[in-house]
Write a new protein. Structure first.
Length: 248
């Protein structure tokens, strides 16, 4: 396995690039008029003239996990029409789990219908998050992490935003938040949340957009409480402003 760095701790492996070439070739073969926006630079068509139909592709979400042999990674793909995600697929090869969603057609795991959890209290909730490769944003999320650790039952950090969203759709997690995300990280998982009956917004409560740089997702029942915890970091411990992360 060959590994190189895109940033100070942001890895890319030869598998990322090989998988992306395969996916892009297959999409172009079937839908030559569609635009493809994928994670690995030089292999997508992000700079191409905009198309009404747009694919968001992450060929290996959880690259650091894969590079270390930690079995939490996946392939994530979504198709959007005029900016609205219509189809999402996330495949976890380690567990042979394929999550799928079709707008208006529900969310599914290996053929079984998914529904979000019924947990109604934040202090009973199991949450998930991820940390940015940008250090200032990581420092901000450490404040959120601390606040949620003290407000929920527990918080997990598994290193794959796509799977975190899928697990929230499946009721394995009750909620998820993260900063500094990209469309290919969240497009498929966001549709799964919606079709499983959950809720997604930015931290300020505005409707989710695939180009948002921040997302809070939940079963809906604890959404307001999660947003209230996220707001604490902006106020600071004594009402002072804390460093702000990106907003949509």
């Amino acid at each position: 396995m060959r590994v190189r760095y895109k940033g100070w701790n942001n890895l890319v492996t030869d598998l990322d690039e090989r998988a992306q070439r395969l996916i892009v070739r297959r999409i172009r073969g079937r839908f030559p008029e569609h635009q493809i926006v994928a994670e690995e630079a030089g292999l997508s068509e992000a700079g191409r003239s905009p198309s009404r139909m747009q694919w968001f592709v992450d060929p290996l979400d959880g690259t650091t996990n894969y590079a270390h042999g930690y079995p939490v990674f996946c392939v994530s793909m979504a198709l959007a029409e005029s900016g609205r995600v219509r189809l999402g697929v996330v495949h976890d090869p380690c567990r042979d789990e394929t999550f799928t969603a079709l707008r208006g057609g529900g969310a599914w795991l290996n053929g079984d219908r998914l529904r979000v959890s019924k947990t109604a209290r934040l202090d009973h909730a199991l949450l998930a998050t991820g940390f940015s490769y940008e250090r200032p944003i990581t420092l901000l999320n450490l404040i959120h992490f601390r606040n949620f650790i003290l407000s929920s039952r527990a918080v997990r950090r598994d290193g794959s935003a796509a799977l975190d969203l899928c697990y929230t759709a499946a009721g394995r997690f009750d909620g998820f938040w993260e900063l500094n995300l990209n469309p290919w990280d969240v497009a498929a998982g966001a549709l799964l949340i919606e079709e499983a009956g959950g809720c997604l917004t930015d931290f300020g409560g505005r409707p989710f957009d695939v180009h948002s740089k921040e997302v809070v997702a939940s079963n809906g029942r604890i959404h307001r409480a999660m947003r209230q915890v996220l707001a604490r970091a902006r106020r600071g411990p004594a009402g002072r402003s804390s460093p702000k992360g990106p907003t949509s």
